[in-house]
Ligand binder design. Structure first.
Ligand code: HEM
Length: 228
């Protein structure tokens, strides 16, 4: 009950769910990087993501997202109520990074991008498995070999400049969210001190940059013809 009723408990839930989502991001990025190996290698990675072992994790992942988002709104509402118009007006002139002030707004952009992404990729793959239907309805009757289908789907979407730009904006919002969220999670969990404050900050920015550049490299590579 402490985790739900106290403000520090709610922050702990936020940090644990955030770190859980970070692990998911790493797994997802690893799968995406197989696109650089070959369409078939990426196909194998996607089949692994659709395997019963990983599929049992889908509800856990969805739960992680729901908890993180619900608590984001609860924390924000309580902060606003407690501070009123004084929200984030620092008495000691401490500079507060823009990302830390806008975590909810950044989260909402991340959520919007996620919903868009789900309709384009997840709905074609895992959702069809869950419904007991053949995967990739968008590629039906195109004569594409089964293992090459996930890559073919990515090629169609990322061949569209507008879609690629929306994707890049989405990942840029994720970068800002992570650049603050990463160290903030360790701060919340008390795995921090004067020395480690700066280190977690730097590690967070390096981590967010590697992850987000990895995701963004895919549409950029399709647009530049590095992937084709
Ligand atoms: C893959 C997606 C996401 C990841 C990896 C992620 C990660 C994180 C992490 C690590 C934190 C720091 C927790 C702490 O301060 O202890 C955080 C905070 C936060 N997240 Fe997310 N998040 C994601 C998506 C979202 C979404 C979709 C929303 C809302 C719609 C959201 C809203 C927030 C808010 C408001 C905070 C700040 C909470 C506070 O300290 O007051 N996040 N996130």
């Amino acid at each position: 009950m402490w985790l739900v009723n106290s403000s520090i408990g709610r922050k702990v839930i936020m940090s644990l769910s955030g770190l859980f989502l970070i692990v998911f991001l790493c797994v997802h990025l690893t799968a995406n990087m197989f696109m650089y190996v070959s369409p078939e290698a990426f196909g194998h990675a996607c089949h692994f993501m659709g395997s019963p072992l990983v599929m049992t994790m889908v509800p856990v992942l969805a739960f992680g997202f729901v908890i993180h988002i619900v608590y984001a709104f609860i924390l924000n509402a309580r902060n606003l109520k407690a501070r009123g118009n004084e929200a984030y007006r620092s008495g000691n002139k401490t500079q507060i990074p823009a990302a830390s002030k806008n975590m909810l707004a950044l989260g909402v952009i991340v959520l919007g991008g996620l919903a868009f992404h789900l309709t384009q990729f997840w709905a074609e793959m895992q959702l069809q498995v869950l419904l007991g239907r053949p995967e990739y309805p968008a590629l039906a009757n195109m004569g594409i070999e089964e293992l090459a289908k996930p890559y073919a789907l990515a090629k169609i979407y990322f061949g569209n400049v507008l879609f690629s730009i929306i994707y890049i904006i989405w990942i840029a919002a994720l970068w800002f969210h992570l650049s603050h969220g990463f160290w903030s999670a360790f701060q919340t969990l008390g795995i921090n001190n004067r020395v480690w404050f700066k280190r977690w900050n730097a590690i967070g920015i390096i981590f967010a940059t590697i992850v987000c550049l990895g995701f963004i490299s895919i549409p950029v590579s399709f647009l530049l013809g590095i992937l084709n």
